[in-house]
Design a protein around this ligand. Structure first.
Ligand code: KG4
Ligand code: ZN
Length: 337
């Protein structure tokens, strides 16, 4: 039975290296727990799939107990069980989906599969009184860089995407080249605060390509060629200059997409949207153009289960439920171009 405020959803997210559980009542978040595996994967300089899935298996049960405890909900009160079905690492996706399906069978409740990208895409609207509204959306994470025209819940049109590395991947690869810990993004952001962004003129790839696609792999190559010429004191300047190149392309193309579509709102999400310079540059550009900016709350920028639960709650409200026979899809797409 749905209680006051809507059905209770238990959402699981295990697509990569964060194990996450959230409990929602309707679109209201009751609790959210994340167990990061960053320190485990740091020793390898990146995510090792088998290590990730084994750690999901180990963490998920205690995390679930904690999330239910802080929400003040028992399993018998949950109205639907949701999990990320893709995109992501197959062996990691299987942990969350298997657990959610098992609980759905045991408690005879619906199971909902959620697209991780839809979770990121809609996270700027989480907690907003009006819910999801038309916007041009930029999703910038470790695995994806997408520009999407969002007409409403479930109505998405792909406008542009990266042709090679994702923006977060570029941050992480440059971080690795500079000897920073994995993932490099937050470290590059931190060092960039003390650096001179005008010191190195890195390429603004595809800025004037006439379309809304991106390319970030040339930037990483430019940093690699510069490395032998650097002295240790240059690292902050490299970080600031590299970050500025990424931010400029992201901001200009996003605002261009909004103008092309005549959208009055820009919604930005994904791990890279934690970046302080990107947030600042977006704010400046949106004020200048008179466009409303919705930035995902920093707590839901990187991988989390609250955004998965939010999509599940919207699906339930729209009368959609998933099937226990549905498969995971490591290459799941958000929308057909
Ligand atoms: O959304 P997310 O947690 O996972 C994926 O779905 O990929 O994004 C992780 C990515 C990583 O590449 C990480 O370096 C990047 O987000 N990231 C940042 C910052 N915080 C996280 N990149 C730049 N600046 C940050 N402050
Ligand atoms: Zn993600």
């Amino acid at each position: 039975m749905a209680g006051v405020g809507g059905p209770v959803v238990l959402a699981l997210e295990t697509s990569c290296d964060e194990t996450a559980v959230a409990v929602l009542r309707g679109c209201e978040l009751l609790s959210a727990e994340v167990a990061s595996q960053i320190s485990i994967h740091q020793a390898y300089g990146g995510v090792v799939p088998e290590v990730a899935s084994r750690n999901h298996l180990r963490s998920i049960q205690p995390l679930l107990t904690r999330a239910l405890g802080s929400a003040g909900v028992v399993l018998g009160e949950v109205d639907a069980f949701a999990a990320t079905a893709g995109p992501g690492l197959a062996s990691s996706l299987m942990i969350g989906t298997s657990m959610a399906k098992g609980l759905a069978v045991a408690f005879r409740k619906p199971y909902l599969s959620v697209n991780h990208l839809e979770g990121h895409l809609l996270s700027p609207f989480f907690g907003l009184p009006g819910g999801v509204r038309p916007a041009v959306a930029l999703v910038v994470s470790g695995g994806h860089t997408l520009l999407v025209d969002l007409d409403g819940f479930g109505r998405y049109r792909m406008m542009g995407q990266t042709q090679d590395d994702a923006a977060g991947e570029a941050f992480d690869k440059v971080g690795k080249l500079l000897g920073l810990p994995y993932p490099g993004g937050p470290h590059v952001n931190r060092l960039a605060r003390e650096g001179n962004a005008a010191r190195f003129d890195f390429p603004r790839s595809m800025l004037d390509s006439g379309d809304l696609h991106f390319s970030f792999s040339g930037l990483k190559t430019a940093v690699r060629y510069l490395l032998p010429k650097l002295v240790p004191g240059d690292v902050a300047d490299v970080c600031a200059s590299f970050q500025e190149a990424v931010v400029e392309v992201l901001v200009k193309k996003t605002l261009r997409a909004a103008a092309d579509e005549g959208r009055a709102t820009v919604a930005v999400s994904g791990g890279v949207s934690c970046n302080s310079r990107l947030r600042e540059a977006l704010e400046e550009a949106c004020v200048q153009r008179g466009v409303e900016l919705l930035l995902a709350d920093p707590g839901v920028c990187t991988d989390n289960a609250a955004m998965i639960g939010f999509v599940a709650a919207l699906k339930l409200a729209a009368g959609q439920v998933g099937s226990l026979e549905s498969d995971i899809d490591p290459n799941l797409k958000l929308a057909v171009p």
